[in-house]
Design a protein around this ligand. Structure first.
Ligand code: HEM
Length: 402
């Protein structure tokens, strides 16, 4: 009788620190290097396990019981991130997610789409006041547009809205190691907290927006009053920086690839695909945290019970096992398995339809008015533990209707 036992291959360990400043400056290089070490890698510095490749992340996220969200790497209770939805699991998650998805879903998309289009057209007509203009795609287009349209449909006051970007930035940095950088980010976000706490209240919101709809669900008993308030806060935390970052990155991608703009002008039906490709190439959200209460098997490797896990979807966005020419921006790319930039499985982004609608509506208005897009200088990205965002996207736009 054989006494041999089969042991799982050991997980490669790395000294690469995905949260060192060098990694934050170029997360694609850092997360790509970790990805190439194996499908699951032990991050020694933080005692966490990184799941690094597209197929394994997708497979893991299908199984929310194994890869649980009730605890996450670097998680502490914080004024920036209510525990609702993202940290919940069924049955509580089913109730709160369905409430928020209802508000951010089909019943509101049609009127929102019309409003977004009016505002996108008006913004572009203002910006394109000469045959050729130079703009900052981050500030003049992405931020100007998102901070106008989405707070309006939620029913927020105009005064002080810029607080939302600071608040969102602190939310993503709350998922990072204790450091001077995190302290700075949280302090900056802290300046926005009072505004947010005041403006998530029912009486601060208009009676006909998405915020009021969430409170009306509490009147119907579908969720509780405190849950309605926490859901409104979640929308404030999750809905702005991410969408602004996604749109700014899309504009940068076109600036770097003027020929793709011409392709889009020739076939404007590619608008939706072009957005999906840009949000694949530049995911506004770098990783999702999980923990494995009973351990987990990933591609034949065993992650021990109780370990914390980073689902590294920014690195997986450029996984050559899934995408041909992964670093290229190809707007008519076929993506049979999609991408992971809105997450996957139980916690797939609740606002993904709204974010997609915002981005594609702006892009459509641009295609109708802009004959050529090119870079007008070196874009600049910010540093962020869980997010990825540009701070400056200089572009030259040449006016020309379709
Ligand atoms: C381009 C814009 C956006 C991106 C890239 C993005 C990305 C993501 C990702 C990756 C997750 C999954 C997190 C995880 O599994 O750990 C997520 C979850 C979530 N997002 Fe978004 N998001 C965007 C816009 C929005 C907007 C506009 C809203 C709300 C208005 C929103 C609300 C949420 C909520 C509530 C969750 C938690 C869902 C759950 O736990 O079931 N997001 N988002």
């Amino acid at each position: 009788m054989s006494t041999e036992t089969t042991t799982a291959p050991s997980i490669p360990s790395t000294d690469i620190d995905p949260f060192a400043m060098e990694s934050l400056r170029d997360p694609f290089a850092a997360d790509g290097a970790v990805r190439e070490l194996g499908p699951v890698v032990y991050i020694a510095k933080h005692d966490y396990y990184a799941v690094t490749r597209f197929t394994e992340i997708r497979k893991g996220l299908r199984n929310w019981r194994t890869f649980s969200s009730t605890d996450r790497p670097f998680y502490e209770d914080s004024e920036f991130r209510p525990r609702i939805v993202l940290f919940e699991e069924p049955p509580a998650h089913t109730r709160t997610k369905s409430a928020i998805m209802d508000v951010l879903g089909p019943k509101n998309l049609e009127w929102m789409g019309q409003y977004f289009k009016e505002q996108a057209d008006a913004l572009l007509d203002r910006v394109l006041d000469q045959d050729t203009v130079e703009v900052d795609g981050y500030q003049d287009l992405a931020t100007a547009y998102v901070l106008k349209v989405f707070p309006d449909v939620i029913g927020m006051p105009t005064e002080g809205r810029e607080a939302l970007l600071k608040f969102g930035n602190a939310t993503t940095n709350a998922f990072g190691p204790a450091s001077e950088l995190r302290d700075q980010k949280l302090a900056s976000g802290g300046e926005a907290v009072a505004w947010v706490e005041q403006n998530i209240n029912r009486d601060a919101l208009t009676g006909d927006g998405l915020g009021a709809q969430l409170y009306a669900m509490a009147d119907e008993g579908r969720i509780s009053g405190p849950e309605a308030r926490d859901l409104v806060k979640t929308v404030f935390a999750a809905g702005f920086e991410s969408t602004t970052a996604g749109i700014a990155a899309m504009l940068r991608a076109f600036g770097d690839h003027p020929q793709e703009w011409l392709k889009l002008r020739q076939d404007p039906e590619l608008v939706a695909k072009a957005w999906e490709e840009s949000v694949r190439l530049y995911p506004p959200n770098r990783f999702g945290g999980r923990w494995v209460p009973d351990g987990a098997d990933v591609a034949g490797h065993r992650i021990p019970a109780g370990a914390k896990v980073l689902m590294m979807w920014l690195g997986a966005a450029r996984d050559p096992r899934e995408f041909d020419q992964p670093d290229e921006f190809i707007i008519d790319r076929e993506m049979p398995n999609g991408h992971l930039s809105f997450g996957f499985g139980l916690h797939t982004c609740a606002g993904n339809l709204v974010a997609r609608l915002e981005a594609t509506t702006l892009l459509r208005s641009m295609v109708e008015r802009v004959a050529g897009v090119e870079s007008a200088g070196e874009p600049r990205t910010g540093v962020n533990y869980q997010g990825f965002a540009h701070e400056y996207v200089p572009l030259r736009l040449r006016r020309g209707s379709l």
